[in-house]
Design a protein around this ligand. Structure first.
Ligand SMILES: [Zn+2]
Ligand SMILES: [Zn+2]
Length: 407
């Protein structure tokens, strides 16, 4: 038996409400579903919604509250069942409308020609081809113009995890991280990256062990020592500087100038009204030492909504002044929301996908961040840290050089 993960898990949605699985079997689908429903760990089993022809389905509630939608089919229905169970509803509708214009009807995932004969499809690629479309990656299937783009051959070539050359947001034991600089460097090298910016918290983030100017001097000496041992990555001197309520950055100019990378983030006063918060962030973007705007809306998924801010104005300004906007890969954040990435693209805004790692294992969230970047239609060239270290430093230097309006 084969198992395909479908639904919002496969589309890599940031919040998943249930798990959709498609089981493909040579046995009788109804018996397979019944066997699953009787498995220990299943608290409740309900009949599933009607699915693909010749399928059996069930909605299982597991003892931990997880809801799992099962569809079980015979091999000849696998592709259409997986496609349908992957969704989204909006995507399925757009594909169906596109197919209908070509005389093909799609019902419960199955394709039929104008005489009602079933069109067999071997896999999803064949399904899209049958309706005159190129393959559409699951992350894009949200009904946000991907079918029209596929029809005119204008889909993006999506970024992949392997395109990442380094990361520009992480913490160490100097602030609230759990690992040393040398351990973080080794972990970055082990992941095949060539650079890593250490961006501990700044002074105002006292609750997170924000760094005093003396701590910074000590850290910079340590980074020089680590780099001298050729650790396999270039360790960059960075900081995650708080954007203070009026839009100024922590530290004076001289301290800020000592960093190679400055991530500027809001960590306080989340309740400012939209005008004040937008003005605060726009003001911070005016500071030429800022390289990246960190987690730009401050949301914590399922816990804290984004603060009130005019995201489009922020993206527009960031693009105009040459500051990258972070797509923070922490699974609690995933901020910038992927729905804004297409706007960022249109405005020519560079995105930096950052792990905001507080441990060596925290670096692994990059895979999630890249999945979200893919949902946002991003290509490798649109993401700062797919470039080598020289490109990253040139990006920061360009911003500093064009300091027409100093804060
Ligand atoms: Zn932060
Ligand atoms: Zn951080």
């Amino acid at each position: 038996m084969d198992v395909d993960v479908a639904g919002s898990v496969r589309r890599r949605l940031e919040v998943v409400r249930d798990i959709d699985l498609v089981l493909t079997t040579l046995a009788r689908p109804a018996e397979v579903v019944r066997a699953f429903a009787d498995t220990p760990g299943v608290r409740d089993a309900m009949p599933g919604p009607p699915h693909t022809v010749a399928a059996a389905s069930a909605r299982l509630e597991l003892v931990d509250g997880t809801v799992c939608d099962l569809v079980c089919v015979r091999p000849e229905h696998r592709a259409s069942a997986v496609w349908r169970a992957t969704g989204s509803e909006d995507h399925l509708r757009d594909v169906s409308v596109h197919a209908a214009a070509r005389g093909i009807t799609i019902e419960r995932g199955e394709l039929h020609d104008h005489q009602g004969a079933r069109i067999p499809v071997a896999d999803e690629r064949a399904l899209y081809a049958a309706v005159g479309l190129v393959y559409i990656e699951p992350e894009l299937r949200e009904g946000r113009g991907e079918v029209a783009a596929a029809a005119r051959g204008a889909l993006p070539v999506l970024i992949e995890t392997g395109d990442v050359r380094g990361v520009l947001h992480c913490h160490t034991t100097y602030s609230d991280g759990k690992a040393s600089i040398v351990d973080m460097a080794a972990a970055a090298a082990a992941r095949g990256w060539s650079y890593l910016a250490i961006t501990d918290h700044s002074r105002s983030a006292f609750y997170a062990g924000g760094l005093s100017p003396e701590d910074i001097a000590r850290q910079h000496e340590e980074i020089d020592r680590v780099n001298a041992t050729r650790p396999g990555v270039r360790v960059l001197k960075g900081i995650e500087a708080d954007i203070l309520p009026a839009g100024h950055l922590d530290y004076d100019e001289a301290v800020l100038n000592s960093f190679e990378i400055v991530v500027a983030s809001v960590h306080s006063r989340f309740t400012l009204d939209r005008r004040a918060m937008t003005a605060r962030i726009l003001r911070a973007l005016d500071d030429p030492r800022v390289t990246i705007l960190g987690h730009p809306t401050g949301r914590l998924l399922l816990r804290r909504p984004p603060y009130a801010v005019d995201v489009e104005a922020v993206l527009e300004k960031a693009a105009a002044v040459g500051v990258a906007v972070e797509l923070n890969a922490d699974p609690h954040r995933l901020d910038l929301d992927w729905r804004w990435c297409q706007v960022a693209k249109r405005l020519g805004c560079t995105i930096a996908v950052g792990p905001d790692a507080h441990s060596t294992a925290g670096l692994d969230v990059m895979e999630i961040g890249i999945a979200i970047a893919r949902k946002g239609w991003l290509e490798a060239a649109e993401v700062l840290n797919t470039g080598d270290v020289d490109r990253v430093l040139a990006f920061a230097a360009r911003r500093r050089g064009s300091s027409a309006h100093r804060a």
